[in-house]
Write a protein that binds this ligand. Structure first.
Ligand SMILES: Cc1ncc(COP(=O)(O)O)c(C=O)c1O
Length: 437
């Protein structure tokens, strides 16, 4: 689906980018000596080379060549609080001053646990780990152990971590669990599959918004069906809210009033520092109670690392209060909808899919409801959009994801709207040609 004119436009955009970023280019080249492709986190790579960032301030980032960007990547949602928020900095400094490798429980994880359990009604007890990946591994392991069953339903296009990902089906690079893949938002097909697997099914893992798969919101009907059908066959429903927990005071489960058996968290709950968590019904989590005989061991040297726990407690307790979360959802969603209005006014097949502070820009006439709605043309246009937004001082994910953060102001939102207007001015005929319209 890549037309010659699209190829030329991408080449031109990349050549201008390389000319404008000589220091990032050289730094990337140097890094190849010791890091494969200069990279230690695959998602951060894009062609011709990624920008090296040197500083963050509020909702902005500054790169090695001195350019300033409105940060709409927000560390793939973990950067909810922006860069170096004063309250979080103070909490981390205090934690460091008191000693970082305590080898014992501390007040920090207890405080953060309390905040999260109060906030998320389905989470009666919680455990921390080091990442969202680990949280999902633990949740799946828990479901398998509690039920004594093996099969786990996941969804095509889902991302639950570095070794639990299904961009195009399963792969040997994943952990060798017995995954069965269904189609996201397919209510009837998935209900049938749950019943077909019946007593072999340990659990269903679902992102309430299919994130890396295009920020496709799960419909209420779909998510409620998962709750109902898993209960019927005695399987566990696991909500992966690693990203979506920031939407509203208690994630999508809070907005929809659906209570999964287990929830996984990560990203922003550590205030921008590494962490992960899994939690849910007390009767399930009690299997990790070391005061009881025959319970399971859940290890992790840094599970309660003081910097992440302190930053998370300050972030959720003092900054992202329930009211702040509601306000943020309101204005971030208003911005998403305003961008969609612009696309309609400009009569261009583009659409911001998602909810509130998490969405992806698709080249499509309307909302994308399932993975197969994403056209090859849309995928081939994304690198051009990404490069062109960088030229305008707007950082988004290479695959089109846009995240908003708390310190953003009208100035930042305006920068994105203007950058998209310019993209449309310049490339509308090309977009229509690639999409065959
Ligand atoms: C929905 C979802 N689950 C799990 C993960 C894995 O989290 P981590 O990168 O902290 O391992 C991610 C990361 O992007 C994610 O988006």
């Amino acid at each position: 689906m890549k037309s010659d004119s699209l190829k030329l436009a991408i080449e031109d955009s990349r050549a201008r980018y390389a000319a404008a970023n000589p220091r990032s280019m050289a730094a990337d080249k140097n890094a190849e000596q010791f890091l494969p492709g200069g990279n230690t986190r695959s998602v951060l790579h894009y062609d011709p080379f990624p920008l090296t960032m040197v500083r963050g301030e509020g909702a902005e980032l500054i790169d090695l060549d001195g350019h300033r960007y409105a940060d709409f990547l927000c560390e793939y949602s973990a950067g909810l609080f922006g860069h170096s928020d004063k309250i979080i900095r103070a909490a981390v400094h205090e934690a460091i001053d008191r000693g970082v490798v305590m080898g014992a429980p501390t007040s920090y994880e207890r405080e953060l646990a309390g905040l999260l359990c109060v906030r998320f009604p389905s989470i009666e007890k919680i455990r921390f780990c080091n990442s969202g990946t680990e949280a999902n591994l633990m949740a799946i392991t828990t479901a398998r152990t509690v039920t004594g069953r093996d099969k786990i339903i996941v969804f095509d296009g889902a991302y639950h971590g570095g070794v639990i990902k299904f961009p195009n089906g399963n792969s040997r690079h994943n952990v060798p669990y017995d995954f069965v893949i269904s189609e996201y938002n397919d209510v009837e097909g998935t209900a049938e599959l749950i019943h077909q697997l019946g007593s072999e099914l340990a659990g269903v893992v679902v992102e309430p918004i299919l994130g890396a798969g295009g920020n496709i919101p799960g419909t209420r009907e779909f998510l409620e069906m998962l709750r109902q059908e898993t209960l019927e066959v005695g399987a566990m429903l696991i909500f992966d809210e690693v990203k979506t927990a920031r939407i509203g005071p208690a994630g999508i489960q809070g907005l929809m009033g659906i209570e999964p058996d287990l929830t996984t968290l990560g990203k922003f709950i550590g205030g921008g520092l590494p962490t992960g968590a899994f939690g849910g019904k007390a009767e399930i989590m009690e299997h990790y109670n070391p005061k009881k005989k025959g319970t399971w061991n859940h290890a992790g040297t840094f599970n309660n690392n003081v910097c992440s726990m302190a930053a998370g407690a300050a972030g959720i307790g003092e900054i992202y209060t329930q009211q702040r979360a509601l306000d943020f959802l309101e204005w971030s969603e208003a911005f998403r909808l305003a961008l969609n209005d612009t696309f309609i006014e400009r009569d261009i097949p583009m659409h911001c899919n998602g909810l509130g502070s998490i969405f992806a820009i698709h080249f499509s006439l309307g909302p994308v409801k399932k993975k197969s709605d994403i056209s090859a043309g849309c995928l081939s246009l994304r690198p051009l959009l990404h490069m062109e937004l960088l030229h305008e001082g707007v950082l988004v994910a290479g695959r089109g994801d846009v995240f908003q953060s708390l310190p953003m102001t009208q100035k930042h939102l305006f920068r994105v709207s203007r950058a998209l207007e310019r993209f449309i001015d310049r490339h509308k005929p090309l977009v229509l040609e690639v999409l065959g319209m």
